[in-house]
Ligand binder design. Sequence first.
Ligand SMILES: Cc1cc2nc3c(=O)[nH]c(=O)nc-3n(C[C@H](O)[C@H](O)[C@H](O)COP(=O)(O)O)c2cc1C
Length: 196
Amino acid sequence: MSRNPEAPIDSRFVQRWSPRSFTGKPITAGELMSLFEAARWAPSTSNTQPWRFVYGLAGTPGFESIFQALVPFNQSWARASSALIAVLSAQQTIAPGTTEAKPCANHSFDTGAAWMSLALQAEAMGWRAHAMGGFDAQALRQQLGVPGGFAAHCVVAVGEQGPRESLPQALQEREVPSGRQPMHAMVAEGRFTFSG
Ligand SMILES: Cc1cc2nc3c(=O)[nH]c(=O)nc-3n(C[C@H](O)[C@H](O)[C@H](O)COP(=O)(O)O)c2cc1C
């Protein structure tokens, strides 16, 4: 499938992708902090910074806690990742310069921006980041002790990309960077002209 940009862009946007084959190379907590640091500088509504990350390094109880909440399909490949990150967000936030917690309508939107910064920082450091919506939210909340008032968005597997051949046959066939819908299907000038 084509992964050619329709307009000139920085190559890192098309080079980022979500493989499932990982080598298991250990990542340090320090390296992971660079990923979170990138996320920390994401823009957010009134600078409320609603994103929260809980991580576990491979081989630690924290990794197992997150891993246990993944659906079996994701468990089948994410075991070889170097770290798992639960991406959460606060549904109520206290904006800088204020004292009152207020509902944050854009907590999901802002946290999506932060996750993308994290993913691009991972790429810049030679790692890959693969988001997963396939997890049991109730189990994740319980495993990590996430209180009410916080949303659980996804789990991100971080690792060094491994060879396609190390995956089971069915996954090998899917281990290829995906394409995108054409630009005109998502960009219009002046008026909403999309069919769907
Ligand atoms: C929020 C979110 C949830 C996703 N859930 C899963 C998942 O549960 N399992 C999986 O293998 N991939 C999952 N993906 C990866 C997407 O399938 C992938 O990003 C998409 O096909 C585009 O491919 P690319 O990231 O390689 O460009 C998810 C991605 C996002 C952003």
